[in-house]
Write a protein that binds this ligand. Structure first.
Ligand code: CA
Length: 449
């Protein structure tokens, strides 16, 4: 053996011994994943998003310790379709999941994530992660659509689209697995408790927790503990909303604190997003400076608070301004976890290289929306939007974030280009597998006439 060989061998043995002994030099452990969804949280409802009357220091800390997306979108302006999109990484209209189902008693029997589709939980479970959901599901009422049939090992929450926060004997029970439980805590507190218990149970192995709050969706209900924080808010509805948001911020803070206690925070990828814009009049939530609200493909319905933290890998305090969409969560998480992608091509893009600076430019050439008769496309600063009963409008969001100056006539060539792009995308989509509840009721009435 030459001297050089001996040296190499000695170096190898030394580094192998260090590798084996020192946790600092061990192969990087796979990150835990916590995907936090807020419900109906408007663009302007966090401190880091400009909110002034409701402090949200814990949720804000995800942005200051990680990334805030200024132009973060969801793929639908209402709950269930957005959730279908982000758990699949694909535009949900590709598989007919275009509308909300309505309450369980009225829901179309087909309602649920098609069983042919692979969820993010399926992929992570296959990669050895323990997977759990705490909170709102809203992706199927029937037994075959239950979260534990869709890749989640554990479930604590409810199957529907909304739920009272105060203990009540409702038609949509709180379930642990498939068993109804009697929940006595304020629901947001209960979800925090269950999230902490999940982390405790599984802190020794990589875990995926989908923490899906129903806050701050209606009904407006809060406990005195949180209401007492806002004695100066005169409007009682706003005061209750503030209390609900404050409770969710506490819940997020408890999760972050527990990760820190177990020294898990650095290597946990945390995503925070809302499923659609604020319904404004309904709950007092705000989307400023955006126009429109929940249910519309104007910016106020689809552009949402979107934050991401992973201290071990992502920069701190980054404000990322290229358009991104909730569909990106799937491939981003899969890449972080070293899991494999499903056979279906995804619409989402792995954002990690864009956030670390490895990849330049925009992750998406364009983003698209279809919600019944409503249509929209965002391409660079340009946005075409067509509401239910109107002509296509054209806005330059770089100069006009509030969609107030329609350039459809002045920039007719640009409008034509965007309409053509949107039509090309639209031709790839499937017909809806069920109709909007209101539309179904209307059709039923017409049939009776
Ligand atoms: Ca929602």
């Amino acid at each position: 053996m030459s001297n050089a060989d001996t040296m190499r061998r000695r170096d190898f043995l030394k580094s192998a011994a260090l590798w084996a002994c020192s946790p600092a030099l061990a192969a990087p452990a796979r990150p835990n994943i916590i995907f936090i969804a807020a419900d109906d949280l408007g663009y302007a409802e966090l401190g880091v998003q400009g909110c002034r009357d409701v402090p949200t220091p814990n949720i804000d800390s995800i942005a200051t310790n990680g990334v805030r997306f200024t132009d973060g979108y969801v793929s639908c302006p209402v709950c269930s379709p957005t959730r279908a999109g982000w758990l699949m990484g694909r535009y949900q209209q590709r598989f007919g999941h275009e509308f909300n189902p309505g309450p369980a008693q009225q829901a179309d029997p087909n309602f649920g994530l098609p069983l042919s589709e692979v969820t993010l939980a399926n992929q992570l479970k296959a990669a050895g992660y323990v997977t759990g959901i705490v909170g709102k599901w809203h992706l199927g009422y029937r037994p075959e659509f239950h979260p534990q049939k869709r890749g989640f090992d554990e479930f604590f929450g409810f199957l529907g689209g909304a739920h009272p926060y105060l203990p009540t004997a409702g038609a949509d029970p709180i379930l642990r697995g498939t068993e109804p439980v009697e929940e006595r805590e304020y629901l947001t507190d209960a979800f925090a408790r269950e999230a902490l218990a999940f982390i405790e149970r599984h802190r020794q192995r990589p875990f995926f927790l989908y923490l899906s709050f129903n806050a701050v969706h209606a009904p407006l209900q809060a406990t005195e503990k949180y209401l007492a924080r806002f004695p100066k808010i005169q409007d009682q509805r706003r005061r209750t909303f503030a209390a609900m948001l404050s409770a969710m911020d506490d819940a997020v803070g408890r999760v972050l604190e527990r990760l820190r206690q177990h020294k898990l925070e650095d290597n946990t990828l945390i995503v925070f997003i809302s499923d659609n814009g604020g319904p404004t009049n309904n709950t007092s939530s705000r989307n400023d400076p955006l126009r429109g609200y929940k249910g519309q493909v104007l910016e106020g319905g689809i552009r949402v608070p979107f934050l991401m933290q992973w201290k071990a890998r992502l920069p701190k305090g980054l404000v990322y301004r290229e358009p991104v969409i909730a569909l990106d969560i799937f491939p981003t998480v899969v890449a972080a976890a070293g899991a494999s992608l499903p056979a279906n091509p995804l619409d989402g893009v792995n954002l990690l290289p864009y956030l670390t600076g490895q990849s330049k430019g925009a992750p998406h050439q364009a983003l698209y929306w279809r919600f019944g008769p409503q249509a929209a496309i965002r391409k660079g600063p340009w946005k075409m939007v067509r509401l239910a009963d109107g002509q296509p409008q054209l806005y330059n969001l770089a100069e006009d974030i509030g969609e107030s100056r329609d350039l459809a006539s002045a920039q007719s060539a640009k409008l034509k280009e965007l309409l053509q792009d949107w039509e090309a995308w639209n031709r790839q989509l499937a017909p809806p597998r069920w109709q909007q509840p209101a539309r179904r009721a209307q059709r039923a009435r017409q049939r009776k006439v």
